[in-house]
Every structure is written in structure tokens, then in C-alpha cells.
Design a protein around this ligand. Structure first.
Ligand code: ATP
Length: 440
């Protein structure tokens, strides 16, 4: 499939079909904030469900957590975010554009030259990305707290809780899905980089001696996940961080990159965080974070292997990957989203050929049965061809048409979104036929 050339068409489709809307649009919108509409929210739920399945339920030794967004301010001192979670900010004195210095070309940096207008750039200053607010009724007297910039710290500070109450033995993991907030200097490219986003993170606590092997294992697991959700293999690659790129906590780091219309960009980060986090929290909280291995009596601070991916960014990758403008053999055109059936927001559309002669009633009873199992869309308006096209744009893998033959012999047609081929299936077999193809 040809690669989408820009986000433009996708942004328009996303709005038109109710995947993603600009936030507060009736007030003119707010920069880089987006709302998920009826289809977007289903797509997001499916992504989270698949991630949760792959990262917790399929592993006996990985459990979930849902920590508060607001945390004790000391957490962010211990984690290094108060002093280190900064980006170098530069402004153009002429056109007032704002840049992250680390994303400019070396030439622009050296000459202090604006890449947009050639004007002079200011010296860079470190800008902390954490959103601050105050807790307490009186703003001036309240304590300064932060909106969490990552979900990971909620997991680290609960390491002892989960280990002790859930009786976990190393190696074990804790997974969490939740909102994170970063006051990004240059948000943009649709939902690629926003100031409020959702992360899906899993922190795996291991014996330091095993950390390199566990890291390799998680790299393989995570790349296999993208096959499961249906991302094209050729549009994914690994990028290993060189010594200059490694975050302050990381011993080794790989990004899984996706080929977005704006180029190869990070989709997910996999890090060997060493014992940095537990050591820091041990020092700042005064609580002993060591693990006593019951088999060997060895005492150590576990190393952490982290896998971290943005749910919104994954949704964007899935939409880019699925998008296609097709010219059909008869010269007509259609826009289609080739979502894998597992991830598609609507699994099946139920379309009675006409409303009369009992077809509506037949279609409704089939719909009500299937609705018990997955997301179904019912549509009896407009010509059947137009209804198919609408479902192609929504990425619905199967359309089930109820026609006069259904009345006569109990069969319906199933139309495949990608091949547009139609087969007839007995109503009694319809559910199992569909479940086989769409179940997570
Ligand atoms: P960058 O260097 O691009 O700012 P990062 O390396 O700091 O990003 P991480 O802290 O590793 O990103 O975050 C893990 C994942 O969370 C990323 O791979 C990405 O999918 C997602 N993510 C991070 N920042 C944003 C954002 N501003 N908007 C949407 N998703 C984000």
C-alpha cells in the first residue's frame, strides 16, 4: 500500500468520520489538544485492550495498576524530573517562531539562524516540561504539585506495595495505562505530539544479572505486538540510542520507530533503566527498596526494563498505516481504512437491503444477537453502495447485508472491506464466522 504523504487527508477524514476532533472547537480550538469522537474512542479502547491483554493477562507475573495523576512533589525530585526534565528552548527574534534546539540542524545551531526565516535565534534556555498547579483551597498557600509527565513513577513508588501485597517474586512486572502531561515546546503534527496524552507502560523488575537478556526478550515481544495489531512490518524499525542520546536513567535504550508521513519517528521506547529509579526513591523516601531472593538469599536492588508507548501515537500510526485512496476498476474512487479486524472500531455493519417486507425486523434481530459480542453498526439509510463506502471510511472489515434471499433460505451476504468480495453464509453460522476473525 502506498504510504500516506501527509497528515492532511487523515486529519480531514478523522474529523469528518468522528475519529478525532480539535478540542473546544466551538471556541476556536486550543493548540494541540484533541478530543476522540465515537469511532476514535472505540479504536483507542481496542488498542488499550490489546495492549493490556498482551502485557498483563498473557503473563502470570505481570499485574496492573492505576495510580493517581497527582503525586507527592518529592517523587519528581527523586525521579530527576524537577532538575532534568527540560528541553532547550530557542526563539527567533525576527519571526517569533519557537524551536527545541535539539531538533535543529547543526548548521542552524552554529549560525544561530532560524530555519524558517533566516532570522537570528536567541540563546537556548532550559524549559521544564512539567505542568505545575497548586493543591489546596487558597492558591497562594497551596503546595506546588505537578501533573505527572509519565505514568512510570506511579509504578516505581508502588513497587513495595505490589511486591508485598500480591506476593510477587522477581522477575515480575507492573503495567499501567493512564494520562500524562508535558508542556511541550513544539507540539504538533496532529496527535503525534500533544501536551496531554495517554501512555501504556510496563515496568519489569529483574535481577541485575538478568537485565541484558530480559531487555532482548522484551524487544522481541514488543515488535511482535505490532504484527498482532496489524502494522506493516516495513514501516517499523529499531533505533538504538547512542551514548549521547541515552536518558539520564538509561543503561541501554531502543526506540521502535514508525515511518510516519513526517519521517521515521519514535513510537515506543524500551529502556534498561538499571536500578536508578528504586535507588533514588530509596534515598528520597528512606524506605528500603531491596529485594531478598528467597531461593538464593541474595539481596539486591532490582533493575527495571521499561516498555513505554503512547496510545495516541499508536492510534495515529494505525490510522496512517490503514489509510488508502483507491481508484477501482470501474474508475470510481473510495477511501478505505484497512484496519486489522481486531483493532477496527466497528467490527460489522448490519445493512438491510430495504426497510420493508420484514427485512428490517430480520436485520434487527441479527444485530441484537451480534451486539452481545462486539461493536456493531446498523444502517438502513441510502443506497447499499453508499453505505458500503461509509463503512470503508470507518475501517469496518465486514458488512452483512440482509436481502430477500435471507427470508427464503436463511443466508446473508458478507462483504469483505479490502477485497470487496461477497460470500453467502447461513445466519446460524454468522456469529462464529465473525468471532473467528475479530477476536482479540
Ligand atoms: P521525545 O524525546 O520525542 O519528546 P521521549 O523520548 O521523551 O519523547 P518517552 O518519555 O520515552 O518519550 O515517552 C514514551 C512514549 O510516550 C513515546 O514513545 C511516545 O509514544 C509517547 N509520548 C511521549 N511524549 C508524547 C507527546 N507529547 N504526545 C504524544 N505521545 C507522547
Amino acid at each position: 500500500m502506498a504510504l500516506l504523504e501527509s497528515f492532511e487527508k487523515l486529519v480531514s477524514l478523522a474529523k469528518r468520520r468522528g475519529f478525532v476532533y480539535p478540542s473546544s472547537e466551538i471556541y476556536g480550538g486550543i493548540n494541540s489538544c484533541y478530543d476522540y469522537g465515537p469511532l476514535g474512542v472505540e479504536l483507542k479502547r481496542n488498542i488499550k485492550e490489546m495492549w493490556w491483554m498482551a502485557m498483563t493477562r498473557k503473563h502470570d507475573n505481570i499485574v496492573g495498576l492505576d495510580a493517581a495523576i497527582l503525586m507527592h512533589p518529592r517523587v519528581w525530585e527523586a525521579s530527576g524530573h524537577v532538575s532534568n526534565f527540560t528541553d532547550p528552548l530557542v526563539d527567533c527574534k525576527k519571526c517569533k517562531s519557537r524551536f527545541r534546539e535539539d531538533t535543529l540542524s547543526p548548521e542552524n545551531v552554529e549560525k544561530r539562524e532560524c530555519p524558517s526565516c533566516g532570522g537570528e535565534l536567541t540563546e537556548s534556555r532550559q524549559f521544564n516540561l512539567m505542568f505545575k498547579t497548586t493543591m489546596g483551597a487558597v492558591e497562594e498557600e497551596g503546595a506546588v504539585i505537578y501533573l505527572r509527565p509519565e505514568t512510570a513513577q506511579g509504578i516505581f513508588v508502588n513497587f513495595l506495595n505490589v511486591k508485598d501485597t500480591y506476593r510477587q517474586k522477581i522477575p515480575f512486572g507492573i503495567a499501567q495505562i493512564g494520562k500524562a502531561f508535558r508542556n511541550e515546546i513544539t507540539p504538533g503534527n496532529f496527535i503525534f505530539r500533544t501536551r496531554e496524552f495517554e501512555q501504556m507502560e510496563m515496568q519489569y523488575f529483574v535481577n541485575p544479572a538478568e537485565s541484558d537478556a530480559e531487555f532482548e526478550k522484551w524487544m522481541a515481544e514488543r515488535i511482535a505486538f505490532y504484527d498482532l495489531v496489524g502494522l506493516t512490518k516495513e514501516n517499523l524499525r529499531f533505533h538504538e540510542h547512542g551514548p549521547g542520546e541515552l536518558a539520564h536513567y538509561a543503561r541501554r535504550a531502543f526506540d521502535i520507530e514508525y515511518k510516519f508521513p513526517i519521517g521515521w519517528k519514535e513510537l515506543e521506547g524500551i529502556h534498561n533503566r538499571s536500578d536508578f529509579d528504586l535507588r533514588q526513591h530509596q534515598e528520597f523516601s528512606g524506605r528500603n527498596m531491596e529485594y531478598l531472593d528467597p531461593a538464593t538469599n541474595e539481596k539486591y536492588l532490582p533493575f527495571i526494563i521499561e516498555t513505554s508507548v503512547g496510545c495516541d501515537r499508536m492510534l495515529l500510526a494505525l490510522m496512517c498505516d490503514a489509510y488508502e485512496d483507491q481508484t477501482l476498476e470501474d474508475g470510481s474512487e473510495r477511501t478505505v481504512l484497512h484496519f486489522h479486524p481486531r483493532i477496527a472500531p466497528i467490527k460489522v455493519a448490519i445493512l438491510p437491503l430495504v426497510k420493508k417486507d420484514g427485512l428490517r425486523e430480520l436485520a434487527t434481530s441479527i444485530k441484537e444477537d451480534l451486539q452481545q459480542h462486539f461493536n456493531v453498526f446498523y444502517d438502513e439509510k441510502a443506497a447499499i453502495g453508499r453505505r458500503y463506502r461509509r463503512m470503508d471510511e470507518a475501517g469496518t472489515p465486514y458488512c452483512v447485508t440482509i436481502d430477500y434471499e435471507t427470508k427464503d433460505n436463511g443466508t446473508v451476504t458478507i462483504r469483505d472491506r479490502d477485497s470487496m468480495e461477497q460470500i453467502r453464509v447461513n445466519v446460524s453460522q454468522l456469529k462464529s464466522w465473525l468471532l473467528e476473525r475479530i477476536q482479540i
